[in-house]
Design a protein around this ligand. Structure first.
Ligand code: AR6
Length: 214
């Protein structure tokens, strides 16, 4: 059995109880664009970095973002004094086409069941924290990488389900609470995958999420 499918039972039984779901929700339409690219190339207002707690750069998408943004990014990151798991911090985009970067710290996947429950909540918090900062900054477009699914070994399909479900829930709550009176700035959400396998997973998960809402 491959790692992608290994946690399906957990997902079906526990996902919504772990990260929550609104009841009696009106239908909403959100465009989540799933694409394959290097996130450092995206011409959006904000790209999200999957970093670690001291925000000093590393490998994977973190390394690519620091390299493309230039050394001034590290200087700004050092002044932030770190970032907790599930939280997020804003910096400039420097040499990137994106205006800003939101740095978040995803959970490390563990074989321990209790820690897995905690990791699911933390991953959901990463997406929420980033959306909140982007909206507060009045940004229209945001691009996410597949947080925690590389060096941090979070199962890909489960991570995709949490990401997509959290984004839908966040927009639902935001639109339900605020949009009608004040407007919602954010309207472009990209999930930037680095492999065809990830594109397939996210496209399927978006279809499943939409089907579950009607
Ligand atoms: N554009 C888009 N996605 C990318 C890129 C890129 N340029 N490069 C890698 N990915 P990872 P994590 C994908 O390991 O699991 C770092 O050392 C990659 O294929 O970057 O959250 C940090 O400093 C995978 O799908 O992040 C932390 O210590 C996804 O990005 C730690 O790794 C996430 O993989 C964070 O681990």
């Amino acid at each position: 059995m491959d790692k992608t499918n290994q946690y399906d039972e957990t997902i079906n039984n526990d996902l919504f109880s772990t990260i929550g779901r609104e009841t009696n929700e009106p239908s909403i339409s959100i465009d989540i664009n799933i694409l394959k690219d290097d996130i450092t190339k995206r011409e959006v207002d904000i790209i999200v970095n999957a970093g670690h707690e001291d925000l000093t750069g590393g490998g994977g998408v973190d390394g690519a973002i620091h390299k493309a943004a230039g050394h001034q990014l590290l200087g700004e990151c050092l002044n932030l004094y770190g970032c907790g798991e599930g939280e997020a911090r804003l910096t400039g985009g420097y040499n990137l086409p994106a205006k800003y970067i939101i740095h978040t710290v995803g959970p490390i996947w563990s074989p321990n069941k209790e820690k897995q429950e905690q990791a699911k909540r933390v991953l959901s918090n990463c997406y929420k924290s980033c959306l909140e900062i982007a909206e507060r900054q009045g940004m229209k477009s945001i691009a996410f990488p597949c947080i925690s699914t590389g060096a941090f070994c979070f199962p890909k399909k489960l991570a995709a389900q949490i990401a997509i479900h959290t984004i839908y829930e966040w927009f639902h709550r935001y639109i339900g609470n605020i949009k009608n009176t004040e407007g919602c700035y954010l309207d472009v959400v990209e999930i930037v995958c680095f492999s065809d396998e990830d594109v397939d997973i996210y496209e399927q998960v978006v279809k499943d999420e939409e089907a579950s809402r009607f």
